[in-house]
Design a protein around this ligand. Structure first.
Ligand code: PLP
Length: 470
């Protein structure tokens, strides 16, 4: 593209982006297009000839926008998703424009140095051991994977086996101990690592989904050899935290590596009135957490944090003769990828935009809004909040006076109705054998009025559905 054309395209994109974001509060909190409609919109033969930038961008917006989810909307409570801070988004645009590939420090001094400094900020905000290393990865799935790769290497090294050199074939068996309600992506990580999604020792949990320390101690006691234990900060349905101090003591007594999936929950440590939930987290060996959930960075942002930086580098380091050696921190030594976008810049800008105080206030506010919604919903006689709302997650069961299967079916129908109405967006899940509505307050744009309007919309949909089926 020629300079002036390109400038016009970027200005047009900026205008579109601002309009899109400014409209988020008024737009329905659901995609207008179904998947089939979105596919039909994009469906076209492979282009033979190149086209005009301005037209391509206009076409992309026209095709994509009807099928976008209003994730940045103030009443979006689906899964656990951040709303991407505008300053982080702006930084991310620059990253793309700069075209930096942050594989090694010599190629991109700024991008690499920025990651080193941001790593320190993250350890400070999360109050984790300052000697830890941090890899900037795409999401918590990869953060957990990266940490577990370091864990696998280190527990085998202690058993006299070099997995990085010799692989897993013939290695001493690695025991993996895991809470019964771990996030599904932990199993993906175990699969990628050759540890198997099913070859795990599952530990019973309590009614909030927390690992029971007595059950953990019993599970780990008879094990011999390399052990990896995996705990959780922030249960996906209840927001609950495992009892880290007790688990860490039992794990370390057996020489186990203790990893924590803290995709969103780890951020409780950055919040004065929630920090007590994460007591003992600093005793663990590695932590995976997302930027693109609670910190509100744009998507494609998470952190693999490993206390033993050597184990981290042994697992992930890429040494090739064409890569220069030196005292600099090479970003690729901490992530599974070599070539990748310079993720540190967006995290830098987001942390600058919020500050320590802003992160603290954001986590605190979202937790207060979750409690507020839980109180409103739970006040209805036939609605039950199944979890202690200690964090930002609310698990709601509708028709608590009804037979279980009837309640499940009506809850599922009510979720569909809420999504059709589009005032807010909530999703569902199966938990403790029941269909629930799962509400996750994880954004920076949600106000008390949004929480109240959403609770009302949920209750109205429930009444309509119950009435229609009675
Ligand atoms: C979201 C989440 C993950 C996966 O994170 P991604 O960023 O989607 O890869 C893992 N564990 C928990 C507890 C989560 O909430």
């Amino acid at each position: 593209m020629m300079d002036e054309t390109w400038r016009a395209v970027l200005a047009d994109v900026a205008a579109r982006a601002a309009a899109y974001r400014n409209g988020a509060g008024e737009r329905p909190h659901r995609p207008l297009h179904t998947y089939a409609e979105a596919r039909a919109a994009f469906n076209a033969p492979t282009p033979e000839r190149g086209g005009d930038g301005a037209e391509i961008i206009a076409e992309l917006a026209a095709l994509a926008e009807p099928g976008l989810a209003n994730i940045i909307g103030p009443r979006f409570f689906g899964w656990v998703m951040g709303q991407s801070h505008p300053t982080g988004v702006a930084a991310d645009w620059l990253v793309s424009a700069w075209g930096q590939n942050v594989g090694n420090a010599h190629a991109t001094p700024s991008a690499s140095a920025c990651e080193e400094v941001v790593a320190r900020w993250l350890l400070d905000l999360l109050d984790l051991p300052r000697e830890s290393s941090v890899g900037f990865v795409s999401g918590a799935t990869m953060a957990n994977f990266t940490c577990l790769a370091a864990a696998r290497g280190e527990v085998l090294r202690r058993a006299g086996w070099d997995v990085e050199a010799d692989g897993l074939i013939g290695a001493p068996p690695v025991h993996v101990v895991l809470g019964e309600e771990a996030h599904s992506t932990i199993f993906s990580g175990l699969r990628y690592l050759g540890l198997g999604a099913k070859r795990i020792i599952s530990v019973a949990v309590d009614e909030q989904g927390r690992m029971r320390p007595d059950a953990f101690a019993r599970a780990i006691a008879p094990l011999d050899g390399p052990i990896i234990a995996i705990a959780q900060a922030g249960h996906i349905n209840s927001g609950a935290f495992d009892p880290f101090a007790e688990i860490a003591e039992a794990a370390h007594a057996k020489g186990a590596w203790l990893h924590v999936d803290g995709a969103f929950g780890l951020w409780a440590r950055a919040c004065q009135d929630r920090a007590h939930l994460g007591r003992g987290l600093e005793l663990c060996d590695s932590w995976g957490t997302d930027g693109h959930k609670w910190l509100q960075t744009p998507y494609d942002s998470a952190y693999a944090i490993v206390r033993d930086a050597d184990a981290h580098r042994r697992a992930m380091g890429i040494s090739a003769s064409y890569l220069p050696e030196g005292a600099e921190r090479h970003p690729a030594d901490y992530t599974p990828e070599l070539s990748r976008r310079a993720r540190g810049f967006a995290t830098w800008a987001t942390i600058k935009a919020l500050g320590r105080e802003g992160v603290d206030a954001l986590v605190s506010l979202d937790c207060a809004l979750a409690r507020r919604m839980a109180e409103r919903l739970g006040a209805a006689a036939d609605v039950e909040v199944l979890n202690d709302v200690v964090l930002n997650q609310v698990a709601v069961r509708l028709g608590s006076d009804l037979d279980g299967d009837v309640s499940d079916a009506l809850t599922a129908r009510t979720i569909a109705r809420i999504q059709r109405d589009g005032v807010c967006f909530v999703g569902g899940a199966q938990w403790r054998g029941r269909q629930i509505i799962r509400i996750s307050v994880c954004g920076m744009n949600t106000t008390e009025a949004d929480a109240d309007a959403s609770a009302e919309a949920i209750l109205a949909a429930w009444r309509a559905e119950r009435h229609a089926n009675s």
